[in-house]
Design a protein around this ligand. Structure first.
Ligand code: BDR
Ligand code: CA
Length: 313
């Protein structure tokens, strides 16, 4: 099988953790490495959590490289109120023995892109875009070597989740997002508009909990912790399972509808900092710089997720 080589850049986070499990379980993907960034919780915790998740998945072969501990030019904002104080509340996992790789995340990304044939490696950012922007700053030559960036971030019809205008990942480091969206690298973005269609309903969580392995009940416990915040906020059964949409798109793009749009990032305004200004109706005449996912087949998504997680320990 011709596997798609990917690097996941992440700030786990329960939904990041489920995305890591889905990637770890999918034979179509070659998981070259996991790079961590400060976001949902500080860097020391996102790095610890990434190691725990890979160990749970039985993927000690995947290097974990720690990256930026703060955004480019604003103080770090975290989301313990959503994810809990560890970032992975819901179930206690053992201390991992998988070591942190000696390479900095930014060095790992640059080195990997230069070593691999140009146009083959896909970057999958699931948190603030700090590491990706730093890599592009330090090594502009990698821009033409990246096959595509498939990221979770932003929102349009749905607005924001951390402010009325902004989604968390873009809000935390708007300058990094601006640099990524103007880099010329092909981008696919999974904004809140699509992730809010992928809800962790009780029935879907129950199906995961019933898997005859360790991973199924753990994923169910994470989702139950993670969804409580959004269930209360939006008054619905289930919370949006944001980050796994990125991996599901790589595996089954037909689960999603999309449109190519021009996307710009607000970096200046205090009121709308981190807003993704998506020209959905093509009123600006500006060239498209991103494929924007819009709708998802949520049942198809959870069928894929459940089938794949069943293959893990
Ligand atoms: C994004 O922010 C984080 O809380 C989640 O992990 C996801 O990446 C959703 O806005
Ligand atoms: Ca995330």
């Amino acid at each position: 099988m011709n596997r798609l080589p990917i690097i996941i850049d992440t700030d786990p986070g329960q939904d990041d953790a489920v995305a890591l499990l889905l990637a770890a379980a999918s034979p179509e993907l070659e998981l070259l490495g996991v790079t961590t960034v400060a976001g949902n919780v500080p860097l020391s915790l996102t790095t610890l959590n990434a190691r725990k998740v890979l160990e749970l998945a039985g993927r000690r072969d995947v290097p974990v490289c720690a990256g930026a501990d703060r955004p480019l030019d604003v103080p770090l904002v975290t989301a313990e109120h959503v994810h809990g104080d560890t970032g992975l509340n819901g179930v206690d996992l053992p201390e991992p023995t998988l070591p942190v790789d000696a390479r900095h995340a930014v060095d790992f990304i640059i080195q990997t892109l230069r070593e691999r044939p140009a146009g083959t490696v896909t970057l999958c950012p699931l948190g603030p875009l700090t590491n990706i922007a730093l890599a592009l700053r330090r090594a502009p030559d990698i821009a033409t070597r990246i096959r595509r960036i498939v990221l979770m971030g932003g929102g349009f019809f749905e607005g924001g989740n951390v402010t009325p205008a902004a989604e968390f990942n873009i809000y935390v480091d708007p300058q990094a997002a601006h640099e990524v969206f103007t880099s010329g690298v092909p981008i696919t973005m999974a904004p809140l508009d699509v992730t809010h269609e992928v809800l962790t309903t009780q029935k879907r969580i129950d199906a995961l909990r019933a898997l005859p392995n360790r991973v199924g009940p753990v994923a169910a416990a994470w989702m139950e912790f993670f969804e409580r915040y959004d269930e209360e906020k939006y008054g619905q059964d289930g919370g949006p399972l944001h980050d796994p949409c990125v991996i599901a798109f790589l595996l089954q793009p037909g689960l999603f509808t999309s449109r190519d749009c021009n996307v710009r990032i607000e970096t200046q305004s205090e009121l709308t900092r981190g807003m993704t200004v998506i020209d959905w109706w093509a009123v600006t005449g500006l060239p498209a710089n991103a494929q924007v996912l819009r709708h998802a087949d949520a049942d198809g998504f959870f069928a894929l997720l459940t089938e794949r997680l069943a293959a893990l320990p």
